[in-house]
Design a protein around this ligand. Structure first.
Ligand code: SAH
Ligand code: SF4
Ligand code: F3S
Length: 479
């Protein structure tokens, strides 16, 4: 198959943060006659890996494809277009994708016109893109995180010319408004408020794959949230790699606390936000969270490490004392606050003492939940060039020690909820037990309980009867 290269990624360009104005594009989503005709009776499948940014991108791609007339299917084998939306944050995320793409080879050989597309953060890395192109000749379309709005144009080109198409441009990034979305959940919605990241933590690939921090206009976000409230949504999660930086790049005189307050006032029953960077978290934001009952008392506040030297090498821009002071202020001002975090074990050359500072931090904060990772070198990031003399077995041992330590506070936090009654937003039937419903408390704890499926999307009272550490068992309280 011939290859048409529109653009390829470049890490030096991806790193650029020279001040340039963000272009805002307001799209009207016209679909070409060719695609309208082609899409009739055609099916698509999307598999998404990675964070909420990718999940929200999936919803946009679904919106675009549905608008054109394609229909979603649950299995790859029934699809005419397969999109694999990838994540590059750690090596194991990438390995899963290689497995998945390899499995599609057989399908392509049976169905010659099948379009196999790969997009997302993995293909933003030049080495990975080249590897993928070489290893998997059955991939016919590759596009990056900045190109989603062109999806239909690319599909048309691939089908018309029977040519493999590569469109992955490294850039600081624009903002696209008006793209359709087909949301995955009828009650809970993700709303992007800021794209990209400027933090460049030394271990992290995200700033290279997602471009610069660029906020959406305040009014555009409010409009999207208002539409969700009007359509009966029960929960909005404001999304960004670093939501607390919202507005810094605009001259609208609004920051994250202003936005949070305005969205809370729209009357959405539950308002959440993620992810918070400790560096940008102001007292004003804490005050707004404390003031509005519909802003959930749950903050995901990645700490990454409890040791000051490691934090410095990671480029996190805070030390352990500043982090603890922030947590103290939050807990003081927000009664009943639940905290979660991300922690990386085994950053290059992390010593036993440095690791024990992380254990100490975990003991201090008493997290309600946490995500833990073993450091994974990402090509092109500064940390990947650091000498690392810590054997993997040592890292694994520390990882287990950390998980065990976290389990104590997570378990205590769940145990404290037993015999008490909480509001739970019902998701629907439990994925693991179809006799049970599942939903989340305001503090983001997963609860399983017996009840009628028609309760999906409602906020109900549930009495917690048992803790299973990472989830809870409850029973409906009849009012
Ligand atoms: N913007 C968010 C999320 C970034 S990715 C934030 O700053 O918190 C989610 C988590 O993945 C990070 O918090 C970090 O703990 C982890 N992570 C990122 N790069 C990693 C790497 N190279 N190895 C291991 N974990 C990593
Ligand atoms: Fe990655 Fe750091 Fe940005 Fe989070 S803040 S996305 S960890 S560079
Ligand atoms: Fe993964 Fe990209 Fe998100 S690397 S974590 S999908 S921003």
């Amino acid at each position: 198959m011939k290859t048409n290269v529109i653009s390829k990624p470049n890490l030096i360009v991806a790193k650029n943060r020279q001040k340039e104005v963000t272009n805002f594009h307001y799209l009207d989503n016209t679909v070409s006659d060719f695609i309208k005709e082609y899409a009739k009776g055609k099916f698509y499948f999307i598999r998404t890996y990675g964070c909420q940014a990718n999940v929200r991108d999936e919803e946009t791609m679904k919106g675009i494809l549905e608008l054109a007339g394609f229909t979603l299917v649950d299995e790859e084998k029934d699809a005419d277009i397969i999109i694999i939306n990838t994540c590059a944050v750690r090596e194991n995320a990438e390995d899963k994708v290689y497995g998945e793409i390899g499995n599609l080879k057989g399908l392509k050989s049976k169905k010659k016109d099948l379009v196999v597309a790969i997009c997302g953060c993995m293909v933003e890395q030049p080495e990975i893109l080249n590897k993928v192109l070489e290893k998997f000749p059955h991939i016919s379309l590759v596009f990056g995180t900045h190109e989603i709005q062109n999806l239909l144009g690319y599909i048309e080109e691939v089908i018309r010319t029977k040519t493999r198409l590569i469109a992955v441009e490294s850039k600081q990034g624009d903002v696209y408004e008006g793209l359709p979305a087909c949301r995955n959940n009828k009650h809970k919605a993700f709303v992007n408020i800021i794209y990209g990241c400027n933090k460049f933590c030394t271990y992290c690939i995200v700033p290279y794959t997602r471009g610069k921090e660029r906020s959406r206009h305040f009014d555009d976000i409010i409009k999207e949230c208002k539409d969700l409230v009007d359509n009966g949504y029960k929960e909005i999660t404001l999304l960004g790699q670093n939501v607390n930086a919202y507005g810094k790049d605009l001259d609208e005189g609004k920051d994250f606390s202003d936005l949070l307050e305005s969205v809370a006032k729209l009357g959405i029953p539950r308002l959440r936000f993620t992810t918070s960077h400790p560096w940008d978290f102001s007292s004003k934001m804490i005050d707004v969270i404390a003031k509005y009952p519909n802003i959930m008392k749950f903050i995901h506040l990645p700490v990454q490490s409890g040791n000051d030297e490691i934090l410095k090498l990671m480029g996190r821009r805070y030390n352990s004392k500043q982090y603890k002071d922030l947590v103290d202020e939050m807990k003081k001002k927000i009664p009943g606050l639940a905290l979660s975090t991300d922690i990386i074990v085994g950053f290059p050359n992390e010593s036993e003492e440095q690791f024990l500072d992380t254990i100490e931090m975990v003991k201090y904060v008493q997290y309600d939940s946490a995500f833990t990772f073993i450091y994974s070198p990402r090509f092109g990031t500064p940390a990947a060039n650091m000498k690392d003399d810590v054997p993997y077995e040592v890292k694994s041992k520390r990882f287990i020690q950390l998980v065990n330590e976290l389990e104590k506070s997570v378990s205590a936090s769940s145990e404290r909820m037993v015999d008490k009654i909480y509001d739970v937003l019902v998701d629907g039937l439990s994925k693991t037990d179809s006799n049970m419903l599942s939903g989340y408390t305001e503090s983001n704890k997963l609860v399983h309980f017996k009840g009628d499926e028609t309760l999906a999307g409602q906020i109900v009272k549930v009495k917690i009867i048992k803790s299973k550490t990472y989830s809870l068992i409850g029973e409906l309280v009849n009012e």
